[in-house]
Write a protein that binds this ligand. Structure first.
Ligand code: 5GP
Length: 181
């Protein structure tokens, strides 16, 4: 399970890990946030209405769910259960709130990793460089990110993403060993 602050480079790292290891399944989350350019239904996320998401909550369809940046995000339970039943490993991209829940629900079966941007200046530069968010959204992500960063000690591993290839090697080593620190 990977968490990060927005703009930490987690999505790129996950994509590179998936390209290299197609045998590791990716848990596609549900969200109510509107699709961004490049998002694909069922590939990056399952895009749901608020009503559909709340129905999922009432039917216990989520392993965990959280409100992140004012939108619902959740991990469908069935996908993870089916993958585990087949003996497959799953990558989950989850915020720090959801990370705590998954850790409690899957004791001993999850390795938690926090991806850190190299420093604050580079982090803000990356956030603004995406060009997909409004200034208000960027400021919200920075505020939330500072809270998330303060919880990084709760994770089994922390990877500083200052050099993409190095961070990918670290991630691959951790994922393939499947062990907690
Ligand atoms: P984004 O909208 O930028 O793709 O993601 C925003 C945040 O939501 C990220 O921190 C990401 O890790 C988190 N997130 C994505 N999917 C899930 C999920 O299923 N559950 C939780 N709790 N957070 C998620």
């Amino acid at each position: 399970m990977l968490s990060s602050v927005a703009g930490g480079g987690k999505s790129t790292l996950i994509q590179k890990l998936r390209d290299k290891h197609p045998e590791i399944l990716f848990s596609v989350s549900c969200t109510t946030r509107p699709p961004r350019p490049g998002d694909q239904e069922g590939v990056t996320y399952h895009f749901l209405t608020k009503e559909e998401f709340e129905k999922g909550i009432s039917e216990s369809a989520f392993l965990e769910w959280a409100v992140v940046h004012d939108q619902y995000y959740g991990t469908p339970s069935k996908f993870v259960e089916d993958a585990f039943a087949k003996g497959s490993s799953v990558i989950m991209d989850i915020d720090v709130q959801g990370a705590g829940i998954v850790r409690d629900k899957l004791p001993g079966r999850v390795v938690t990793i926090f991806i850190l941007p190299p420093n604050e200046e580079e982090w803000e530069r990356r956030l603004r460089g995406r060009g997909t968010d409004s200034e208000e959204n960027i400021l919200k992500r920075i505020r939330n990110g500072k809270l998330e960063l303060s919880r990084r000690g709760e994770f089994d591993y922390q990877i500083v993403n200052d050099d993409l290839e190095g961070a990918l090697r670290d991630l691959e080593t951790i994922v393939l060993s499947g062990k907690k620190s």
